[in-house]
Write a new protein. Structure first.
Length: 94
């Protein structure tokens, strides 16, 4: 019996496209990407969803919402990784 391999996740596919380990953004874009983050309302909602998940009381809609936040967070992490690698090789300006 052969083991079936799970299909690649969205994060796996995006990782291959974005190549976060390689520089490639203009420095100004990399700096802007590093400034991107979830706002206060989104952070509060994510904390609320996480608490409900820990308590095992998420609705189906909330589970989908939580997964959406997770996918966006993974995507943002990939972009920020690439931005950090890009800026690591850039000399600071005076």
């Amino acid at each position: 019996m052969s083991a079936t391999k799970a299909p690649p996740s969205e994060v796996d596919i995006l990782s291959r496209i974005i190549a976060p380990e390689a520089p490639g953004f203009p420095a100004s874009l990399a700096a802007q990407i590093l400034s991107l983050d979830f706002g206060g309302d989104d952070r509060s909602r994510m904390e609320e969803l996480a608490a409900k998940a820990r308590d095992g009381i998420l609705t189906t809609e909330e589970r989908v919402e939580m997964e959406n936040y997770m996918r966006v967070g993974h995507f943002l992490s990939l972009l920020k990784s690439k931005a950090r690698v890009t800026l690591k090789g850039v000399a600071p300006t005076a």
